[in-house]
Design a protein around this ligand. Structure first.
Ligand code: SAH
Ligand code: F3S
Length: 483
């Protein structure tokens, strides 16, 4: 299942087809959210034009790049450990250069070059097009850094190379940055102001994916519902747009409608939705199109209005619950998932109980749950004491996880006896005689292979399930395969 932090792919290194004539080798590794993995595909595309092929063998690399995550302290520690390992390799291969990309590069800036002696290059998320210049400086023996955040950069003009792809699912980024300023979150500082990518460049990337045989696209952004194209520029400057720009602007519901209409046989997902920006039009657009998956990742972080306010989430517990009710009313078969933070500063037992009761109300299919980690520079770090003891955070987190497991189990069981449409993605991890894919609601489905193949849409009769996986048998191709 896809989620913003997919533990099974953390640190995965990327390979792409060798380009003839390229003589240098780069090793590129990514941590954190899907956006980082997507950005690494852009970086690989830029470097392919600079003479680099990818390698999975660290020892033979001329250039090692690590695309980093700052969201929690643990994410940064993982990268620091990895840098120590690169250091050991650098002793065997002293000409190897090391570059740090992504959110940690942006957060730590020059400090990286001072603290981590092995780092030669530091590049923030909006400066990847400058990598060829930075590499020249590195080759001349100087440390190189570019952490300038941009108001325009969307990399809309760069065709990302698809790395380690199954040829079925792809991610297409539609916005960069975030303007929401949740008080716990480092993203607005590391990824800058929010800007949207031109609809035409999104549609042509999807066309290209369709031509290459891809069957499912996930539209990516820190906050997709806030997507707004009015000819370029920052979301926050929309108030200054001309009447003409305002009249021809494209919002997320319209973009989704354009995608679903133009590519009726492609399946669409999107991530992430911020409840404060999720509008009824988006839900109605989802209901209208069979090819928009019936799944919304709708992070809430806490079920207590007081904590939500301290987090600057811009909605109350009641408003969130009303939104959830509305979604279930318009799309009864929808599945929802959450992100939750346990132990935000000042959180009491009562606040925690509010979180648990909100979860019962929302009946989430899935959840991604974390203990609060104070991030330097955020408003919470500056203004609030991290006062919930570690063991209390852990206990609350465990209670949240246990409840989510129970809810997830109940939700998975609802498909028993039903026929569900599955897009086959790959072989099941547990058995080479079974395919694995997902239904519209994002639940993993496994079934015997027969003569089907990855990329096929198949109707599967569900006969059994575990807590998060449906087990069944194919009963034929789905309707969309037939016309
Ligand atoms: N809008 C983004 C959210 C990015 S952060 C998206 O596309 O998913 C992903 C999740 O990490 C957040 O929803 C939150 O639950 C968690 N998170 C962010 N900052 C955190 C912190 N300081 N401590 C613990 N968890 C955090
Ligand atoms: Fe972070 Fe809140 Fe934006 S969680 S990414 S500041 S929506």
């Amino acid at each position: 299942m896809e989620k913003e932090i997919n533990e099974s792919i953390q640190g995965q290194s990327l390979i792409l087809d060798e380009r003839q004539g390229n003589t240098k080798k780069m090793f590129i590794e990514s941590y954190g959210c899907q956006m980082n993995f997507s950005d690494s595909e852009i970086v690989a595309s830029i470097l392919a034009n600079e003479g680099y092929n990818t390698t999975q063998n660290l020892e033979e690399a001329d250039l090692v790049l690590v695309n980093t995550c700052s969201i929690r302290d643990k994410a940064e520690q993982t990268v620091r450990k990895r840098l120590e390992q690169y250091n050991a390799v650098k002793k065997i291969n002293p000409t190897m250069k090391v570059g740090v990309l992504g959110c940690m590069a942006e957060r730590l800036k020059e400090k990286f070059l001072d603290e981590e002696k092995i780092v030669d290059m530091v590049v923030g998320p909006d400066a990847y097009k400058d990598i060829p210049n930075l590499l020249k400086e590195v080759e001349d023996g100087r440390d190189a850094i570019n952490v300038i955040l941009s108001k325009e950069e969307t990399y809309g003009d760069i065709a990302p190379v698809r790395l380690n792809s199954n040829g079925v699912n792809a991610f297409v980024s539609i916005t960069r940055g975030c303007d929401n300023m949740c008080t716990f979150c480092v993203v607005p500082f590391t990824r800058g102001r929010e800007r949207s990518r031109e609809p035409q460049s999104i549609l042509s990337e999807i066309q290209d994916l369709w031509d290459k045989g891809y069957k499912e696209v996930t539209l990516l952004g820190q906050n997709v519902d806030s997507y707004l194209w009015y000819g370029g520029g920052l979301k926050k400057d929309f108030v200054k747009a001309t009447e003409m720009q305002k009249a021809t602007a494209v919002d997320f519901a319209q973009l989704l409608d354009m995608c679903a209409t133009q590519f009726p046989k492609m399946r669409f997902r999107f991530s992430t939705s911020n409840p404060q920006d999720m509008h009824i039009e988006v839900i109605e657009t989802m209901a209208k199109h069979h090819n928009i998956c019936k799944y919304i990742h709708l992070p809430v972080q806490s079920g207590s209005t007081r904590i939500l306010e301290a987090m600057n989430r811009q909605h109350t517990r009641e408003e969130y619950m009303a939104l959830v009710d509305k979604i279930y009313e318009i799309i009864p078969e929808i599945s929802l998932s959450q992100d939750m933070i346990a132990g935000f500063p000042t959180e009491t037992e009562e606040d925690h109980q509010d979180t648990l009761s909100l979860m019962e109300h929302a009946k989430y299919d899935f959840g991604f749950m974390f203990a609060y980690s104070e991030r330097p520079g955020t408003l919470a770090a500056r203004k609030m004491e991290d006062d919930v003891p570690e063991e209390v955070k852990k206990r609350r987190l465990n209670e949240i996880i246990a409840l989510q497991q129970k809810l997830g189990w109940e939700r998975t069981r609802r498909f028993l006896g039903q026929e569900v449409e599955v897009l086959i993605e790959k072989e099941s991890k547990r058995s080479d005689a079974h395919w694995s894919g997902r239904n519209s609601q994002n639940t993993v489905v496994v079934f015997p292979k027969e003569n089907y193949k990855p990329g096929d849409f198949v109707m599967v009769k569900v006969t059994d399930c575990t807590s998060a996986t449906l087990i069944g048998e194919a009963v034929g191709y789905a309707e969309r395969m037939q016309s």
